[in-house]
Design a protein around this ligand. Structure first.
Ligand code: PEP
Length: 250
């Protein structure tokens, strides 16, 4: 089965509204390559302007988080209802920075994944091991636990639409990246986990990205692996030329 490659930029807490607009005007028409899905996951404040700018283009806009409730007394939070209302298409869930700094547990990641589907958003669910877990040879076990927890209660139809981002935490923003062969090994294993839960057809439909210091000069090697369907990219997605090169390299 052929899966459409997906490059998603994760801007983290960077860019004002005007910076986001200026970025978008530079990538428009360029970070749009036939057969590749291009997604920009921006801070909440830039989402309305980006959704507007992206109309009529092949670039989708995503958020970096959502709350699992639709509304309520959750000061400072943003819900799936609100993101869908803006016209946002994707949402990153369970990024390691959220797991580490905002105490996001596997259970919360699962609730957020359900909330995304409830509102027609496509979740990009992040899984990945810490350095000490890798050194203790626990990479696959960690990915198994996180993947199974995130998918709990999803239908096969929903599961097939999840984008999983395998991001070894020690490789995020560090300049150290997993070798393409190592990333492929873990990603093939994660696909096997999905097959165990839902069967081969669903596992073959799920797109799994690699993330962790992906750059224009290594993106093609990752995407050349049989099971790697894209990349979730932080630092290298912030400059227009670099983002365009990532999409072109996919
Ligand atoms: C990320 O933010 O998900 C990420 C992978 O960052 P970087 O590409 O900078 O390592």
């Amino acid at each position: 089965m052929s899966r459409k490659p997906i490059i998603a930029g994760n801007w983290k807490m960077f860019k004002t509204v005007s910076e986001a607009q200026s970025f978008f005007s530079e990538v428009k028409g360029k970070a749009e390559v036939e057969g590749v899905e291009s997604v920009i996951c921006a801070p909440f404040t830039a989402l309305p302007a980006l959704v507007e700018a992206a109309k009529g283009t092949n670039i989708a806009i995503g958020a970096q988080n959502l709350h699992f409730e639709d509304n309520g007394a959750f000061t400072g939070e943003i819900s799936g209802v609100m993101l869908a209302d803006l016209g946002v298409k994707y949402v990153i869930i369970g990024h390691s920075e959220r797991r580490a700094y905002f105490a996001e547990s596997d259970e919360i990641v699962n609730k957020k994944t359900h909330a995304a589907f409830k509102h027609g958003l496509t979740p990009i669910v992040c899984v990945g091991e810490k350095l000490e877990e890798r050194e203790a040879d626990q990479t696959k076990e960690v990915c198994k636990v996180q993947t199974e927890a995130a998918f709990q209660g999803l239908s096969a139809e929903q599961a097939a639409q999840v984008v999983i981002a395998y991001e070894p935490i020690w490789a995020i923003g560090t300049g150290k990246s997993s070798t393409a062969a190592d990333a492929e090994d873990v990603i093939a294993y994660i696909r096997g986990i999905v097959a165990g839960l839902y069967g081969e057809a669903t596992a073959n439909a799920v797109r799994i990205q690699y993330g962790g210091s992906v750059k224009p000069n290594n993106v093609t090697e990752y995407l050349g692996q049989a099971n790697i369907d894209g990349a979730l990219v932080g630092g290298a997605s912030l400059e227009p030329a670099s983002y365009i090169a990532l999409v072109e390299g996919a």
